[in-house]
Design a binder for this molecule. Structure first.
Ligand SMILES: [Zn+2]
Length: 277
């Protein structure tokens, strides 16, 4: 907790939004994980683009494909939630769901994209509750596409069973729908939901542990003592995915998922090339 307090103290100072503190400078060491992520963010990926990543990004910028200024500054995407009735057993489940979405929206805040629950209804996964492929298929059959919201199925996993019968997945998405497990700790739910909704909005997997879309991320191994605030400090969107989410403010609903104009897809392809993705 001391390290966390030191981190937030340092963050406030760095932002210049707080007056000089009349207290001793923090004595605790900076949080190593957050420090590592800051270094990763500051230093572009090591790829062999002529002129380097920064030059490549400038070139994309000059191409002026799909300019952000032409998009709305923010966008709220409605979510229809098909909820395992077992979710009602979590203490204060309504508040838990609201806190989970609020946590997810913290990650999306810098992109102008926000998710809002439009509807919640009971949806019993039954014996299929660990079979995410089967559940995603069921969700798409039982909750018809409505052309204006995304579909989210939540299956409660009280135990930490992950790979035995879920097809090796801890979350699954297709088109504009996704299914995720809900574990006892809200922190797990938040990171996994942020990841799957990211797919629906055009984010892709990136190498690295602390990106929300990182294929090496281990959200189910979050340290037990971690408060939500630290989770939202440690996990972030890679710059490529931040760009995709910014562009998603202009996406259209289609039966194949949220779709961008071709110029925006081309911009993302160019960014992928810059980052070597
Ligand atoms: Zn994924």
């Amino acid at each position: 907790m001391a390290a966390l307090a030191a981190f937030f103290g340092a963050l406030l100072l760095a932002c210049g939004s707080a007056p000089p503190p009349p207290v001793q400078p923090p004595t605790a060491a900076p949080d190593p994980v957050v420090g590592e992520l800051d270094r990763l963010l500051a230093r572009p990926a090591q790829v062999t683009t002529p002129g380097g990543v920064a030059a490549c990004l400038r070139q994309v910028e000059r191409g002026a494909l799909c300019p952000l200024e032409e998009l709305p500054p923010w966008r709220v995407i409605p979510v229809r939630v098909a909820l395992d009735p077992r979710y009602h057993r979590w203490p204060a489940w309504r508040e838990r769901l609201a806190r989970t979405i609020a946590c997810v929206n913290t990650f999306y805040q810098p992109t102008g994209l926000q998710w809002r629950v439009r509807e919640v209804f009971d949806w019993d996964p039954g014996a299929q509750r660990h079979e995410l492929y089967g559940l995603l298929d069921r969700l798409q059959r039982e909750l018809p596409y409505d052309g204006r919201s995304v579909r989210l199925g939540i299956s409660v996993w009280e135990e930490r069973r992950i790979f035995a019968s879920s097809g090796g997945e801890i979350g699954l998405s297709q088109y504009e729908s996704c299914v995720v497990p809900s574990w006892p700790r809200i922190e797990n739910d938040c990171v996994i939901l942020a990841h799957e909704l990211g797919h629906l909005a055009g984010a892709v997997h990136v190498p690295g542990k602390h990106w929300i879309m990182g294929w090496a991320a281990s959200p189910f191994h979050l340290p037990a003592g971690d408060p939500l605030a630290r989770v939202t400090a440690v996990y972030r969107f890679h710059p490529r995915n931040r760009a995709a989410l910014l562009l998603a403010r202009g996406a259209q609903f289609t039966p194949g998922g949220l779709a961008l104009p071709e110029a925006c897809n081309e911009r993302l392809r160019q960014l992928d090339a810059c980052y070597g993705l």
